[in-house]
Design a protein around this ligand. Structure first.
Ligand SMILES: [Zn+2]
Length: 230
């Protein structure tokens, strides 16, 4: 509600002295000082805009950190015999491939995790774990960032990423990717696939993994085949 112009009837905003339409001096006798204080005082939101922005920023940062929070490895109890069983099966793939024969071996989830657990040092990560389901696998890498030095403080925050994938027609395909609890898309997802591939490049059995012609995933086990496709 403003001040009506006596000449042209224009409704002028409170605080105006001359009509904004025709320029005639307005009759301000009805305007009280309370009215003017009300328009001169910024709203609560305007007065606290800085703090609201800082609060919103902190909240978003908190949610982001919560989302980035690492997930636990998929398997924790693995034994050296499990690892050895998987190593022997992979060695038999090597031997048969050299002789040009096609062979399949069944590796259980426990054996696969044993294998990964005993090779994590060569891969340079805290943990790499895997789980098998019908027609797909789920792999998770736990590691630390940095270390970063901030004055006397040494920081090495933990993080995890995971990827789902499947093996079709002699090729590996990746599905969903996450860092912590945050789903990744596009270049971020591609980056994680590259990171995982780089990890496996450090493995001494990488050649055999590249020559897999078929991999069948079932609940808690995977059947690896090298040689001619069947
Ligand atoms: Zn006017």
């Amino acid at each position: 509600m403003g001040t009506l112009c006596a000449k042209c009837g224009n409704d002028n905003d409170l605080g105006k002295i001359f009509c904004t339409k025709c320029g005639v001096k307005l009759d301000l006798s009805a305007v009280t000082s309370e009215d003017l204080i009300a328009i001169a005082t910024p709203s609560w939101f305007k007065r606290n805009a800085k703090w609201i922005a800082i609060g919103a920023g902190c909240f978003l940062l908190f949610m982001f950190c919560l989302g980035m929070w690492p997930k636990k490895p998929l398997a924790t109890k693995t034994t050296r015999p499990n690892a050895r069983a998987a190593e022997q099966k992979i060695a038999s793939l090597h031997r048969n491939l050299k002789m040009g024969e096609s062979i399949s071996v069944k590796i259980t989830q426990v054996e696969a995790n044993g294998y990964l657990m005993w090779r994590k040092h060569s891969m340079g990560v805290t943990a790499a774990t895997i789980s098998f389901a019908d027609n797909m696998f789920f792999v998770r890498v736990n590691d630390t960032l940095g270390p970063w030095k901030l004055g006397p403080i040494r920081m090495a925050p933990r993080y995890s990423y995971d990827l789902t994938g499947t093996f079709l027609d002699g090729r590996l395909y990746y599905g969903k990717a996450h860092v912590g609890h945050l789903r990744l898309f596009g270049p971020a997802k591609k980056g994680r696939i590259k990171a995982l591939t780089a990890l496996f490049e450090k493995n001494k059995d990488k050649d055999i993994f590249k020559k897999l012609s078929k991999v069948k995933f079932r609940s808690k086990e995977a059947t690896l085949t090298v040689g001619k496709k069947r």
